[in-house]
Design a protein around this ligand. Structure first.
Ligand code: EPU
Length: 421
């Protein structure tokens, strides 16, 4: 397994191009199961999670072809040859559970492994199942698999989520596109990923209104057709790379970045003393290298501060002047980066979902490792301004969600290399 070594090397300057969004692309890929005509996705990020889902889709009979060096993906689900998503594949990637809605909508039946918990929390799927039951599916659980059946098709219904679930909303939307009649989803996710999925489904012939609001209405149609859709920019990759010059100083332009994707995050970053400007090609982040100012952060569903940027913001706040408070409200176990940052000299106290970070003047490089994607990248960011060398193990987490991270950060002057362990 590879390691990444980062050496604190002063300010970063230049530009980084933001890739297509991992979490959006995964859900767009599942939408291909809804039609017997090809779905072409452009701006596809080259990530291991995308490869894992491709394998699962192939096991269901969907052909997946990569063009243009992997940046374009053509998914052709002419005939579904298998309605069972095996544990071996689903356990590697929770987003795989989102094949359930499309499969049952198109085939009237599907069996999908329960994904199990993961490092950041229990991550149940009860709300995905509640939504499908509302649409008329019969659900049984057996030997770790969910069997979902609707032999006469799904029927539109009112689905009200007790709290926001991104994956649950998306499974419900895809299933409802082919249901008979109208579905109304209340307390729906407003995430840009969900909006982009609706845009793609609409291009495929679905009738959806209200995407981006907390009430989404779907008029079922008989069939969906092929389409071509460009994957939206990855707001989490964007936010991650915006923090790099905030930590190390310098000026970095994020090509393809959009403020509306990370508005609340931008306001918080600006409150630390960083300057963010809109440019013709994206967003520019400038910082003179002075210590940042402490801030308080609470994670929330979109449009609030994203949980997927909490670890990276914590890394920045470790050397801020003053005491910052972070409150994680989405996942119950998402501070696993804190003990590793403490190994680098940070002063962090975690109590349940609350973390108090008292800024120190400098972090020191150390050997660290992380147990999830965003925690891993926060350690790389911390290493950018630490004294000496930071070695981050278990790099496969990073490869799940950051395309060519050493090239992108190296391109703006970071001293970063990948070495075999
Ligand atoms: N939840 C339930 N029951 C459900 C569904 C969710 O209790 O049936 C709970 C979860 O355990 C969690 C909360 O609801 O505590 C919110 O979960 P949500 O369903 O919104 O998350 P998700 O769809 O599983 C996606 C992203 C995550 C991101 C979250 C929140 C994908 C593939 N994953 O997960 O991304 O953190 O939304 O924005 O879209 C990442 O990229 O590193 C990542 C973890």
């Amino acid at each position: 397994m590879d390691k990444i070594i980062v050496t604190g090397n002063g300010p970063l300057n230049g530009e980084i191009t933001i890739s297509g969004a991992k979490n959006t692309c995964l859900k767009l890929m599942t939408a291909a199961l809804l039609s017997d005509e090809p779905l072409t996705l452009t701006n596809v990020p080259r990530l291991s999670d995308i490869g894992t889902l491709s394998e699962l889709l192939e096991s269901l009979g969907c052909e997946v072809a990569l063009l243009n060096g992997g940046n374009v993906m053509v998914l052709s689900a002419g005939t579904i040859t298998n309605r069972k998503a095996e544990y071996e594949m689903v356990r590697k990637l929770r987003a795989s559970f989102n094949v359930l809605g499309p499969l049952v909508a198109r085939e009237g039946e599907a069996t999908v492994s329960l994904p199990g918990g993961c490092a950041i929390g229990a991550r149940k799927v009860d709300l995905h199942l509640m939504a499908l039951e509302k649409l008329g599916a019969t659900i049984t659980l057996d030997e770790g698999y969910v069997h979902c059946s609707a032999p006469n098709g799904l029927t539109g219904a009112v689905i009200e989520f007790p709290f926001v679930t991104v994956g649950g909303t998306e499974n419900a939307i895809t299933a409802a596109t082919l249901a008979k009649g109208t579905t109304v989803i209340k307390n729906a996710a407003r995430e840009p990923d969900t909006v982009d999925l609706c845009k793609c489904l609409t291009a495929m012939g679905a009738k959806i209104t209200g995407a981006g609001t907390s009430e989404i209405t779907i008029e079922g149609v008989d069939r969906l057709h092929g389409a071509t859709h460009e994957v939206i920019a990855d707001r989490i990759e964007l936010g991650t790379f915006m923090i790099a010059p905030a930590i190390a100083g310098g000026e970095v332009e994020l090509i393809g970045g959009r403020r509306d994707l990370v508005d609340v995050f931008c306001k918080k970053l600006e409150a630390t003393g960083v300057v963010i400007t809109d440019t013709k090609r994206g967003l520019k982040v400038s910082h003179n290298g002075d210590r940042l100012q402490a801030i308080d952060v609470e994670t929330e569903p979109f449009p609030g501060f994203p949980t997927d940027l909490q670890a990276q913001m914590m890394a920045a706040l470790c050397t801020a002047e003053g005491t910052s408070k972070l409150h994680e409200t989405i996942f119950e176990n998402r501070f696993m980066h804190a003990p590793e940052l403490i190994r680098m000299g940070a002063n962090i106290d975690v109590q349940g979902g609350h973390a108090t970070v008292t800024g120190v003047s400098k972090l020191k490089g150390a050997q660290v490792m992380a147990t999830d994607l965003r925690a891993s990248v926060s350690l790389i960011l911390a290493g950018l301004a630490a004294e000496g060398e930071t070695t981050v193990g278990r790099v496969y987490h990073l490869d799940r969600g950051y395309e060519r991270i050493e090239e992108k950060l190296g391109g703006v002057g970071a001293l970063i290399k990948r070495v075999p362990e």
